[in-house]
Design a protein around this ligand. Structure first.
Ligand SMILES: Nc1ncnc2c1ncn2[C@@H]1O[C@H](COP(=O)(O)OP(=O)(O)OP(=O)(O)O)[C@@H](O)[C@H]1O
Ligand SMILES: [Mg+2]
Length: 238
């Protein structure tokens, strides 16, 4: 089943008299349960494409079907609703709220979904357990390591059971060992059936994905199946 379907997507930015074609003509589809990496040089359009896929932005032209819904021309409010339901985001900079505990950070998206306090706590604890962090539920971000912070962010992204996990350079702020721990976690999430799209410029990180799409100058340069994806190998913390 197709979960992401873009058809001739373009994104143009107008800066004064200059027109920047961040995406020129991108047609891709991703099936439920796939694990895909977007690669490509700086400025090739990776984040622009991720933002459109994640319903943070809409294309200038072309069509985007997300989980059988045409989201190409949705209003801000409609997009926000689809985003909350369908997408879990992980960012390079974690984006956790500093005054909140791990548990509170993870429970946050559930407030908008209308759960009671006790349901939120239960679901958030389960999500923390799934990333191996139930022992850190009461810690604030500054009381956690970088890798633990990113795992809290992953738990928050998944607490609503989204259709897709989107990660833009999730290991960009982590050391090598911690990066591998996060990729191991992604691998496990993929094995559990999650659909994952990750942006990275590191070959080692992309090799965990089962499919690698390379962008260049706003176009898909190549789209290949990775015959030998890297498997969980650094399993120390989970
Ligand atoms: N809001 C914006 N306004 C104007 N131009 C933009 C905007 N966002 C991105 N661009 C331009 O669009 C092009 C693609 O940017 P994008 O952020 O998608 O690249 P990227 O592949 O993610 O690069 P990086 O690897 O450096 O993160 C770039 O030339 C960028 O300058
Ligand atoms: Mg980018």
């Amino acid at each position: 089943m197709k979960i992401i379907e873009t058809s001739h997507i373009a994104k143009r930015y107008i800066m004064g008299s200059e027109v920047i074609e961040a995406l020129k003509d991108v047609t891709i589809s991703v099936n439920k349960g796939e694990y895909v990496a977007f690669m490509g040089p700086s400025g090739s359009g990776k984040s622009t494409l991720m933002n459109i896929i994640g319903c943070l932005d809409t294309p200038t032209s072309g069509q985007y079907i997300l989980n059988s819904k045409d989201v190409s021309d949705m209003s801000e409010n409609e997009l926000a609703e689809v985003r909350n339901k369908e997408i879990g985001f992980v960012f390079q900079t974690f984006n956790l709220l500093p005054r909140m505990t791990s548990l509170e950070n993870v429970a946050l998206p559930l407030i908008y979904a209308g759960y009671t306090k006790s349901q939120r706590t239960e679901k958030a604890m389960l999500a923390l357990k799934n990333v191996g962090l139930e022992q850190r539920a009461g810690h604030r971000p500054n009381e956690l390591s970088g890798g633990q912070r990113q795992r809290v962010a992953v738990a928050r992204a998944l607490v609503n059971d989204p259709s897709i996990l989107l990660a833009d350079e999730p290991t960009g702020n982590l050391d090598t060992k911690t990066s591998y721990e996060i990729m191991d976690l992604f691998d496990q999430l993929h094995q559990k059936g999650n659909t994952i799209v990750v942006v990275t410029h590191e070959d080692d990180i992309a090799k965990y994905a089962h499919r690698i799409i390379r962008l260049r100058d706003g176009l898909v340069e190549s789209d290949i199946i990775n015959p030998t994806p890297t498997k969980v190998q650094h399993l120390t913390t989970l």
